[in-house]
Design a protein around this ligand. Structure first.
Ligand code: GUN
Length: 403
């Protein structure tokens, strides 16, 4: 089958009129094998960023019709209430700083809107193709969020939904078609793919200039050699949190727990490029606390609830929590959030709450930390949008702004 034939049955152009909620994010080491149910992910969608009409309709993803949305953006959500009951030894005056990923994401998205408008004035509408194979419920929810955000920001999006049975060569044809299309600047192949599909081969087939995930070896190499390119969204979001919060990176000891291709490795490279002294720890690291206790910046991306405990944290450190782990056991909820009425209410309502890779009690020792939810997860889609605009510019020889 050639790519165009395939497109005929699996391409859906999307019309999204109202955007109400935005997915808070996704786990990283977990992301290739999402474990949460769709209900879990729905529960993780938090009300924020109402569109101008204030409508509260769920986004529709299987609704044909071309999207050329010109979204208005995005009121910042008010500062998240922080639960402090578990950190009684901490005086309010030296409370850690909460790094509000939602607010930072909103700032980035408003910048993206401005860039989109400038491009549109030149007759260019950035376009993102999202390929979702089969019917993995968690992936459907991630994808819906990505597509919805495109609509909010004025980015054209197209969802392609080939069936689970698609072969590697059919997928290669589909990608080749997207590579050739002038209205598509970015291509995102939602992972995980079915086992019979050769994921690495496919990711390498995406044109590097359209690789808005930053997974192509050319972009991995560019990141490694400090050249401009498209960089993976979650670690790029971490760097934006640090940069926009004016937290020092150069000369700091940065320790990353987790060595995934999506987060751990590229985060290490970005922190190194920013002149941190970087250590990557992982499941085989012996005496992990020895490393974490020396970390001025500690990035936890291991996909295990509450894995980093207070005694592992250097006092005053910056804690970046990439994990989003859903807990459904009330005893676990009480263990992580003792006496927290807000979490108890969430648990009563949804039957689950999320906890990061860092134990909530550890935040009290930090100088600054990203909450879960509302921290790093919020940045991932914002960076995808930014990458799509960057790809649109690079492809047309328009200089990307240097940060
Ligand atoms: N699945 C879960 N997270 C991601 C991501 O960031 N990119 C892609 N392509 N697939 C994912």
């Amino acid at each position: 089958m050639d790519g165009s034939g395939l497109k005929n049955y699996c391409s859906t152009r999307l019309g999204l009129r109202s955007a109400v909620r935005q997915q808070d994010g996704d786990t990283i080491d977990n992301r290739i094998a999402p474990s949460a149910s769709p209900a879990d992910h729905d529960a993780n969608l938090e009300p924020q960023s109402l569109m101008a009409d204030g409508a509260d309709h769920p986004p529709q993803i299987l609704f044909p019709g071309k999207l050329r949305a010109h979204g208005s953006i995005l009121s910042n959500r008010s500062a998240r209430d922080l639960w402090t009951a578990a950190i009684p030894w901490k005086k309010m005056s030296d409370s850690p700083r909460i790094l509000d990923g939602v607010a930072i994401a909103a700032q980035i998205k408003s910048e993206v809107v401005a860039e989109v408008q400038l491009l549109q004035a030149r007759g260019i509408t950035p376009g993102l193709a999202v390929v979702l194979v089969g019917e993995v419920p968690a992936s459907q929810i991630y994808v819906r969020s990505k597509v919805k955000t495109c609509g909010e920001l004025g980015i054209f999006s197209e969802l392609l939904t080939p069936p689970e049975t698609i072969t590697t060569s059919e997928m290669l044809a589909l990608v080749a078609d997207l590579n050739d299309r002038d209205d598509i600047d970015g291509i995102l192949i939602q992972l995980p793919l079915p086992k019979h599909v050769d994921t690495k081969r496919l990711l390498e087939a995406v044109a590097p200039g359209k690789d808005v995930d930053g997974f192509h070896p050319v972009n991995v190499g560019r990141l490694q050699s400090g050249q401009p390119g498209l960089a993976p969204c979650t670690p790029a979001g971490i760097m934006e949190i640090l940069r926009r919060s004016q937290l020092p990176v150069a000369g700091q000891n940065a320790v990353i727990i987790g060595r995934s291709d999506i987060v751990g490795k590229p985060a290490a490279m970005m922190l190194l490029n920013a002149s941190a002294t970087v250590t990557v720890c992982h499941s085989k690291t012996t005496d992990l606390p020895r490393f974490t206790q020396a970390a001025d910046i500690l990035v936890a991306a291991i996909g295990r609830p509450g894995y980093v405990t207070p005694e592992m944290v250097k006092p005053g450190a910056t804690l970046i929590d990439v994990g989003i782990n859903r807990i459904t056991d009330s005893a676990e909820v009480e263990k992580f959030f003792p006496g927290d009425p807000e979490r108890a209410a969430t648990f009563a309502k949804r039957g689950s709450v999320v906890v990061g890779d860092i134990h909530p009690a550890a935040f009290a020792r930090s100088g600054a930390y990203t909450p879960v939810p509302g921290g790093v997860g919020a940045l991932t889609i914002a960076m995808l949008m930014q990458n799509t605009v960057t790809a649109a510019k690079l492809r047309r020889g328009i200089a990307a702004e240097k940060k």
